[in-house]
Design a protein around this ligand. Sequence first.
Ligand code: KG4
Ligand code: ZN
Length: 351
Amino acid sequence: MKVLGIESSCDETAAAIVEDGNRLLGAAVASSMDLHAKYGGVVPEIAARSHIEVIIPVIEEALESSGCHWPDIDAIAVTYGAGLAGSLLIGLLTAKTLAISLQKPLYKINHVEAHVYANFITQTDAPDYKLPDRQPTFPMLAIIVSGGHSQLVLFRDHFQYDLLGQTQDDAIGEAFDKVAKILGLPYPGGPSIEALAKQGDPFAYKLPKAKMPGYDFSFSGPKTAVLRTAQALIGESYDFPSVKLPKRLNLAQKADIAASFQQSAFETIVERAKRAFFEFQPSSLVLAGGVAASQSLRDMLGRAVPIAIHCPDIKLCTDNAAMVACLGFFKANSFAPDELKTLDIEPNLSM
Ligand code: KG4
Ligand code: ZN
């Protein structure tokens, strides 16, 4: 079964075709990230306008790269939440129009759940993919770390899961993006901080970790601690965001702050994941979401648990449509197609 996935929840417009929930046949992504870079974060109106311009060419490119034609496509899967309302609308309306005009079943996909399913893609002929050699098995502990979400989820089977814990304030990726802004590093913050952290001392500054009940997270406190550390170093209380503050920090100071923040944020994730691993004894452990692209996080987590962790290819960690198409296959196996008349976006959708 070949599923066309469509993703437009934030600043990436993506389409991909996945066969039988494991084989990536072709994909295309257009990002409006460069347009947002000078604002230090995604501007919803710019993202939505960009989706309108590129969504049809992106779908056509994905089809062409997969060698498929419309009659080959058995179903369409589209992200309907969580995300930016204007961005989600473009993807959903496009998918509905295609489903009606081409008479294809349509499946609505939860973006956060889809991130986990990037780990189920194990085969492709497309160049430059480093894929896991087997699909995760259940029970599966998923560590979801993205720009919008930080969650620990125990999947007993497909579509049967318990949310063990989640962030009570900022998502981890969001905290990386804000810390990058404090330090004057380019957006998105995760990769910028990871690169600079390599030159810094991860134990230079002891950033406080929030004490949260159970498996919950908090990243707002450590982010504010970064701001206070930077202010203390230069002896002046610039407000956030400030273009003056990062100019007063030297490279070594920025590198030490970046490394210390990254260490502290990842220790928080790894501590929760390790505790959940030993409590629930899952058969597999998967890392998902944009922050899963971090090699440092992969290494730290790998050292903390006695089994090999599953990580998607870097291109499948950040927003993409292959994960949407993959989850679409499993939904098509278990559920009836969604009703087009009542299907709408849900920007605040949660797991
Ligand atoms: O999953 P994603 O593409 O979008 C959401 O669904 O939110 O995640 C984007 C986030 C951004 O906050 C970005 O800073 C972070 O993923 N990110 C990273 C890395 N690459 C991307 N964070 C840490 N280290 C990285 N290498
Ligand atoms: Zn995402």
